[in-house]
Structure formats: structure tokens, C-alpha cells
Ligand binder design. Structure first.
Ligand code: SF4
Length: 354
């Protein structure tokens, strides 16, 4: 992906610290044509919050925000990871149509990089020390406390802008009780294979049927490249799992189920014995919303023909602004999906599903 930011919003407080200023200056120097606009806060940028959704993709390409992460808290999760770590970035250069990060950010979702990465990493290190050793395995990991370090972004893309992701991999490699984990849809093997993660970083490649990804996973790496990358990253010392997500129901009859089976056959044909031996997965069905649907209709209506199925989508009980597949139907489909997955990839345990 070629990056060519035209405008960089710079949180003014970055200039107050020598390390932060140096990191920011290094990033800015890579985009000499970009106008640098000082801002008080990385959140309060009216121009972005009120951006016209029709300019969604343009804003992603043109704008970068450099900010300082405040509120270094690590939130208890227990699903993809034990904790959602304080983030090192948010927003994303990709534009998946179902992205929940976009749901939270309003009219534009450009990449925001947090410059104070040493504070983020130091805070995780202290947190896991306070927890001490994990005494019993759980669904997140058998030995270590897992921290999701990429919940609001795609770190493989962040790595094209800054070294925050590598900084975290190096830090986790020396932590006593913790393991990093993050989901990605971008292949960036040259970057990740520079480090020695010592199996203390779990990368989760999100995959879905090729046919569907073309319309809803905008700006991401082809599915086949993601699958092939699993082998390389396992060889490099990462734990690599798969996310079968979001599972989207589309087409006539069994069409979507048949597409998943084709994907599983490709995975089985591609993975090495070593990659299979450490493989686990997560899977979950689509969550959508009226607000995101309205935005998507302005820039990629084709994708919405897959996501928008009002006849089978209902308000989520715990968050009525969101839409999920009708509960009873989803329960049945989830059980069937897991059965069929087990038949195709018997070595791939499901760590977590909904
Ligand atoms: S890669 Fe992840 S963070 Fe980026 S747009 Fe897609 S779902 Fe959102």
C-alpha cells in the first residue's frame, strides 16, 4: 500500500517531550508534502468528526493524526483476550464495511497513531506484574495473560507508518506473564519477521470467503495471501490463529455455507503441519447498524447487498442500536458452522464464538 498523506494533525503536547517529538518528526519527515496542523486533542478535530461520509475513503488516504494516549487502562475482556490493552492507535487505513471502529468514530475514520508507545508498553508491563503468574488455563490462553493490542486498528498497517507494533512485540517478548494478541487483515511479513517474538505474540488473521471479501474487506490483503502468511509467521516464532469473522449470511440457500467450505479446503491445503499443530480460531457472526449502513450506502452500496438483510436482522438485546441475526436462527447456524468446521479442520479448536 502506497501512503501519501496530505494532512497530519499533530497533538500539540507531543512537542513537550523530546522522545515524542523525535518520533513524530520521523513520521512527518516521511510525508514531506503533508500540511502539519497542530490540534489540542486527537479526538476534538471538528473537521473530521463532521466529515461528509461520501469522502470516507478520501479522508483515510489523505489524513493522519498523531496523538498522545491518555487513560492507560486495560479492560477486562475474557473473549479474544483476557484484557483489551490501552491502544497504541485507532482508526485504520483499510475500510472493511462492517468495521466497529468506524461505528464509534462518526463521519471519518482516519488512522490515529499514539506517539507515547513507551507509556503504553510500560503500563501493560506493570499490569501483568500485578496479576502475577496465570495459575490455570482459560479460553484465552493456557499459560499467559493475553492482552489485545490491536482492538481499534490493524497493526500490520500501522507498521507502514511507525514502529509502534514492533515496539510492543519486543516488549512482550521480555514480559514475565503476558502475551500480546491482535487481529489483522493485512500481510506485512517483511516487517513482522524482523523481530523475535518468542511465541509471546499471537497474530490472528481474519479470513472469510474470497468471493465475499472482495466486496466488504476493502483495502485489505487477498485472503489467499493471508493464509499463506500463516506459515511464514509461525516459522518466525509467532503463534498464529485464524478469525472466521464476521460470518455473513448471504445469497441463495447454502451458497454462503459452500463458500466457507471452499475456504476451509484452501486453508487445509496451504497450512504446514507446524502451523496446523498450533492452530486455533475464533468465529462470530456479523454485527451491523443502521448508522453504518447509511454511511456505507454513500460509498460502497454493493457491499451492503451482503451486509443488509433486514428480514433476518434484529436489534441486539444489550445494545439496541446494533443489529444481529435473529437469535434463534443464529444459535442454530452457529452450531452447524462449528460442526462443519470441525469436519473440515479437525485440528482447529474454537477458542471463542458467538
Ligand atoms: S482491518 Fe480491522 S480495523 Fe481496519 S477497517 Fe478492517 S475491521 Fe476495521
Amino acid at each position: 500500500m502506497r501512503l501519501d498523506f496530505k494532512k497530519i494533525y499533530l497533538q500539540q503536547a507531543i512537542n513537550e517531550d523530546l522522545f515524542w517529538r523525535t518520533r513524530a518528526t520521523d513520521i512527518i519527515a516521511r510525508f514531506p508534502e503533508a500540511e502539519v496542523v497542530p490540534v489540542k486533542s486527537h479526538w476534538q478535530i471538528d473537521e473530521l468528526a463532521g466529515a461528509d461520509p461520501a469522502t470516507w475513503m478520501q479522508t483515510k488516504r489523505d489524513v493522519l493524526v498523531l496523538g498522545i494516549k491518555s487513560g492507560l487502562t486495560h479492560t477486562l475482556n475474557g473473549r479474544s483476550a483476557n484484557y483489551i490493552a490501552a491502544s497504541s492507535s485507532n482508526g485504520c487505513l483499510s475500510a472493511c464495511q462492517y468495521c466497529y471502529v468506524a461505528r464509534r468514530k462518526g463521519g471519518a475514520n482516519p488512522l490515529t497513531i499514539f506517539i507515547n508507545i513507551e507509556e503504553v508498553a510500560g503500563s501493560i508491563r506493570r499490569h501483568q506484574r500485578k496479576l502475577g503468574a496465570k495459575l490455570a488455563p482459560d479460553g484465552c490462553d493456557a499459560r499467559f495473560w493475553t492482552y489485545d493490542i490491536g482492538c481499534n486498528a490493524d497493526l500490520s498497517l500501522d507498521a507502514m507508518v511507525c514502529d509502534n507494533p514492533g515496539y510492543l512485540v519486543r516488549e512482550f517478548a521480555t514480559m514475565e506473564y503476558a502475551k500480546a494478541t491482535f487481529a489483522t487483515k493485512t500481510v506485512n511479513d517483511d516487517y513482522w519477521t524482523q523481530f523475535e517474538p518468542r511465541e509471546r505474540t499471537r497474530i490472528r488473521y481474519s479470513v472469510m470467503p474470497n468471493k465475499l471479501a472482495r466486496y466488504v474487506d476493502i483495502g485489505t490483503s487477498p485472503i489467499s495471501e493471508r493464509i499463506a502468511s500463516v506459515n511464514k509467521l509461525v516459522e518466525a516464532g509467532y503463534e498464529v490463529h485464524l478469525n472466521f469473522s464476521p460470518v455473513i449470511i448471504y445469497g441463495e440457500g447454502d451458497e454462503w455455507r459452500e463458500d466457507w467450505k471452499e475456504l476451509w479446503r484452501e486453508i487445509d491445503d496451504t497450512l504446514t503441519a507446524k502451523a496446523k499443530a498450533q492452530m486455533q480460531c475464533e468465529l462470530f457472526f456479523l454485527t451491523h447498524s443502521q448508522a453504518l449502513h447509511d454511511i456505507n450506502m454513500q460509498w460502497n452500496p454493493k457491499g451492503e447487498t451482503y451486509l443488509w438483510q433486514p428480514e433476518i436482522q434484529v436489534a441486539k438485546k444489550s445494545a439496541p442500536d446494533l443489529l444481529v441475526y435473529e437469535y434463534e436462527m443464529r444459535r442454530g447456524e452457529l452450531a452447524r458452522f462449528e460442526r462443519e468446521l470441525a469436519a473440515h479442520l479437525p485440528y482447529c479448536a474454537v477458542r471463542y464464538s458467538f
